[in-house]
Design a protein around this ligand. Structure first.
Ligand code: NAP
Length: 530
């Protein structure tokens, strides 16, 4: 299927009336056809109005139809075939295996959410039946469940052109909740976005969903995104990207006459704590695994291990030496776009100039001058210099990491205590060693959304128990995850119906329990009818 450069609004493919731009192959610097035109303010208004109309219809549709739509989205994405893979490779410089893996993950997420919809637990039905004889006052009949919040704006992430973009985790979770989605496509991979949008449009049409269920609006600047967030009918925003972008959108959404939530995932340093016995036994092995995690896909993961903390001494020195040797042999990688590459290069220079920071190793230089290439980098700093310098606590997106050598356990605890909110934290310890350092797990656990033992944080499983979130600034709201089935909670709100006539009750709340849901009835979980 060819990329046409059109946008998708209210069930129709149209030429955008905004500013034009072209995709760029980050490996070669070549511009890719065709010319794309962003949406105008008027087109944004049409898309939002269609989404508002669709929201009213979507919440009334049977759950089976909603689940069928999610499965159809997955099937239509697979039906795009190799054209999707090749376009995504050209726009991102990510290798075939990664794109194919991401496609599988994207379809897996959509199917997982279809299962979630059919299971119905996300509705969280609670029923407290009337107690007319209760003294001193009777209790009314009270029944609550979750409703979709309404139109959601999704900002596609540059580093996951499929799994966190047009049909990614945010979109799948919002559809599962019953919300229409307006995607602000990432300008790094607009052709990929269009192809996936065509799959979603076909799925919506085949399963009989309203025209405004899904829209794709592209733009190479901020106007379209800001107009979408400001539109009164929009009720929620989901974002993955930079701290600057995420916080700008949180501010904008908070200043609306009706403020709305922005679920922003803004990255993380993902500290890895190396305990002494682990290092003594396995410094070289841990170093190799660390470098593999750090440099995977040119370090462009929000779970990249950007900070390592340990106790100063010969074993941490062995780790630094082994990691430096492994990293120095790593070839230069192509980053997702020129902006990310320039931010990485500037960030490495700025970090290397901070007081007490030593550059331990730099990967091989790129051959030639074309492409958004970057070199992996390993730095080190003392615990005291790290604690004194908040500049070192900010994410450096890409394959760079800093090893912090702490004088003693007290300084190690202090270095963890000054950390900002993180998506993940890892502790590497020998068998039996972890119990002696359980206090470190407690301190680290207060700062992270996911705490790992003896692993590395890259690789985020899409499942029911995953928490891909964490305290600010890792995300804008630590109560929620953006990966896994619990991500649906971001797009729901509870409503309680009091003394509602049985014949007017929505199906999930009826006495007969026609959907056979597990419900909390008078304080007890049951799937039985009343
Ligand atoms: P970004 O600059 O935050 O952009 C993400 C999306 O948000 C884009 O569609 C962008 O639109 C939009 N946007 C950004 N700032 C905005 C604003 N003030 N108002 C309205 N829309 C805004 O992220 P990126 O382009 O993916 O990468 C840049 C940096 O983000 C990286 O260097 C890295 O530090 C970080 N990053 C973090 C993660 C993560 O997992 N948390 C992932 C990728 C990147 P336009 O592009 O059209 O301006």
């Amino acid at each position: 299927m060819l990329v046409t450069g059109e946008i998708f609004i209210n069930g129709q493919w149209l030429a955008g009336q905004g500013t034009s731009f072209q995709a760029v192959n980050p490996a070669t610097g070549e511009t890719l056809e065709p010319l794309l035109t962003g949406a105008s303010a008027e087109q944004v208004g049409v898309a939002v109005a269609a989404a508002a109309a669709a929201a009213l219809e979507l919440k009334k549709l049977p759950l089976t139809q909603r689940a069928g739509f999610l499965r159809a989205c997955a099937a239509e994405i697979m039906a795009l075939g190799d054209g999707l893979v090749e376009r995504a490779m050209a726009e991102t410089a990510l290798p075939r295996a990664r794109i194919e893996g991401e496609r599988a993950r994207t379809c897996g997420q959509l199917n997982l959410f279809a299962d979630v919809v059919l299971a119905g637990d996300f509705l969280e039905v609670r029923i407290d039946t009337a107690l007319p004889e209760r003294q001193p006052l009777p209790r009314p009949d009270l029944r609550s469940f979750n409703l979709p919040l309404g139109p959601v704006v999704v900002f596609g992430a540059s580093n996951f052109p499929l799994a966190f973009s047009v049909a990614g985790g945010d979109t799948a979770a919002a559809f599962a909740a019953g919300c229409p989605v307006l995607v602000k496509g990432h300008p790094s991979h607009p052709g990929t976005s269009e192809l996936v949008a065509r799959a979603l449009a076909a799925a919506a049409q085949k399963t009989g969903l309203p025209a405004g269920t899904f829209s794709l609006l592209t733009d190479s600047g901020h106007e379209v995104g800001r107009a979408l967030v400001a539109a009164p009918a929009v009720k929620t925003v989901a974002f993955t990207g930079s701290f600057a972008g995420g916080t700008a959108l949180v501010k904008l959404a908070g200043e609306r006459p009706e403020p709305i939530p922005v679920f922003a995932e803004m990255g993380s340093l993902n500290p890895v704590v190396l305990l002494p016995q682990r290092l003594q036994a396995d410094a070289e092995q841990v170093a190799d695994a660390f470098v593999a995690s750090l440099t995977m896909r040119v370090g462009q993961f929000c779970t990249n291990p950007g900070l390592v903390l340990g106790l100063a001494g010969p074993d941490l020195d062995r780790f630094i030496a082994a990691a430096s040797a492994a990293l120095a042999g790593q070839s230069a990688g192509v980053m997702l776009n020129a902006g990310i590459q320039q931010a990485y290069a500037a960030g490495v220079v700025a970090a290397g100039r901070q007081p007490g920071v030593t550059t331990q190793a730099v990967g091989e230089a790129a051959e030639g001058t074309l492409g958004c290439c970057c070199q992996p980098t390993l730095m080190s700093v003392s615990g005291a210099d790290f604690i004194a310098n908040p500049q070192l606590s900010h994410e450096l997106f890409g394959p760079a990491s800093i090893v912090v050598s702490c004088r003693d356990l007290a300084e190690l605890k202090e270095a963890i205590a000054v950390l900002l909110g993180q998506l993940t934290g890892t502790i590497q310890g020998a068998p039996g060693e972890l119990a002696a350092y359980s206090g470190l797990c407690d301190i680290l656990g207060q700062r992270v959304g996911r705490l790992l033992i003896n692993g590395f944080p890259t690789g985020v499983e899409v499942c029911h128990a995953m928490v891909h979130g964490g305290p600010f600034p890792a995300t804008s709201d630590a109560r929620f995850t953006s990966v896994g089935s619990a991500a649906i909670k971001r797009f729901l709100r509870p409503i309680c119906l009091q003394n509602y006539p049985e014949e007017l009750l929505p199906e999930p709340l009826r006495n007969s329990n026609p959907l056979k849901l597990r419900r909390l009835v008078n304080g007890e979980w049951t799937s039985a009818a009343l």
